[in-house]
Design a binder for this molecule. Structure first.
Ligand code: HEM
Ligand SMILES: *[C@@H]1O[C@H](CO)[C@@H](O)[C@H](O)[C@H]1NC(C)=O
Ligand SMILES: *[C@@H]1O[C@H](CO)[C@@H](O)[C@H](O)[C@H]1NC(C)=O
Ligand SMILES: *[C@@H]1O[C@H](CO)[C@@H](O)[C@H](O)[C@H]1NC(C)=O
Length: 322
């Protein structure tokens, strides 16, 4: 029994997240949440991209070596960092900028300077952008340290791909201690933001089938996507992932799936697979239940691979190791 427990804690670092606390900075920087929220709100009023960019940055940070702001590190001549891996999937610069601005605002307050980790600022900023775009607000757990390594080579195979089926999604999320129900709730982040055409063009132009278009794709929606993403489209072109309410954090993601309007295979499969369909149907008609599940899922995401003690430190510049 003892060995089993030791084994669980050593092999599954996310179980050590018990050290996270909502009032972690109460003594050193009691106003940190308001300071971050004000900086994030200012950035949000400048550009809506702040919302999807920050939310996705948090996800990618947590799935590659844990929620430790390792995704923020800039490459140097000697080290190609995580953010420069091709699979960074074009993380929008506004997410990085949001954290850098919030960090500067926190550090400008006497007593708070170099006391709050970049990883925690990203977690708080993510909570704030969700609320600013109409989603639920929630108490965010704090106490993450910033990681000590960030390499492009650590990214490969850690992030889900848009052509994943349910088994592949479940397998990758469970590697991070995230259940199917949490994975479905988190996927609703695709109720906002943009995708480049190459991420789903295989669903529109599939020459290995006679009918070419993915049969699970709504025909009207497929025609609209073909207009926006013709075969020789400029690779820079990006389209709304939720065509109905692109700037609202809402449960329309689920009603879209019911109508065959999930943009990626990994979205639509949540409705076509019988194991996940009941959850889609429930949340499509019950915003309150969805929001409750989303908050739980974000809290669990925020616990992935948290660094404490000698595993990390508090960076003075989020994009550079101390
Ligand atoms: C379930 C598996 C997932 C897959 C396969 C996936 C894949 C993708 C892809 C391919 C894009 C488009 C990237 C581009 O072309 O620029 C994207 C965008 C996005 N993803 Fe996901 N994602 C997944 C889960 C998540 C989760 C869990 C979150 C956050 C909780 C998230 C948040 C976002 C956001 C906000 C965007 C829009 C980014 C922007 O507009 O800048 N995704 N995702
Ligand atoms: C993502 O990776 C590409 C190619 O590896 C790189 O050109 C781009 O600058 C990176 N994006 C960010 C935001 O770092
Ligand atoms: C393309 O067609 C092949 C052969 O029927 C099929 O196995 C594959 O799943 C299709 N791809 C998409 C994205 O629909
Ligand atoms: C396709 O989408 C339209 C709305 O865009 C909807 O009215 C229709 O019911 C959908 N078709 C299917 C098969 O779900």
């Amino acid at each position: 029994m003892f060995l089993l427990l030791v084994n669980l804690f050593l092999l599954h670092p996310y179980l050590s997240s018990a050290q996270l606390r909502q009032d972690f900075y109460a003594n050193v920087c009691p106003n940190v949440e308001n300071i971050v929220k004000e900086a994030v709100t200012t950035k949000f009023l400048q550009t809506f991209t702040t919302v999807p960019a920050t939310l996705r940055l948090f996800f990618h940070d947590c799935f590659v070596q844990g929620c430790d702001a390792s995704v923020m590190i800039a490459s140097t001549p000697n080290n190609e960092a995580e953010k420069d891996h091709p699979e960074n999937l074009s993380l929008a610069g506004d997410g990085f900028d949001t954290v850098i601005k919030a960090k500067a605002a926190v550090d400008a307050v006497p007593g708070c300077t170099n006391q709050v980790s970049c990883a925690d600022i990203l977690a708080m900023a993510t909570r704030d952008v969700i609320a600013l775009s109409g989603g639920p607000s929630y108490a965010v757990e704090l106490g993450r340290l910033d990681g000590l390594s960030s390499t492009s080579s650590s990214v490969g195979g850690k992030l889900p791909k848009p052509d994943f089926n349910l088994n592949q999604l479940n397998s990758m999320f469970s590697d991070n201690g995230i259940s199917q129900i949490d994975m479905i709730a988190l996927s609703a982040a695709h109720t906002l933001g943009f995708s480049h055409c190459d991420q789903f063009s295989n669903r529109l132009y599939n020459f290995s089938t006679s009918n070419k278009v993915d049969p699970t794709l709504n025909k009207t929606y497929a025609a609209q996507l073909m207009l926006q993403c013709p075969q020789k489209v400029d690779p820079e072109v990006a389209i709304d992932m939720d065509p109905s309410t692109p700037q609202e954090f809402d449960n329309v993601y689920f009603t879209n799936l019911q109508q065959g309007m999930g943009l990626f295979t990994s979205d639509q499969v949540l409705f076509t697979d019988d194991r996940s369909k009941p959850t889609i149907d429930t949340w499509a008609s019950d915003t309150t239940a969805f929001e409750k599940a989303f908050v739980t899922a974000m809290t669990n995401l925020g616990r992935v691979g948290v660094k404490t003690g000698s595993q990390g430190n508090i960076r003075s510049d989020c994009s550079v190791f101390n």
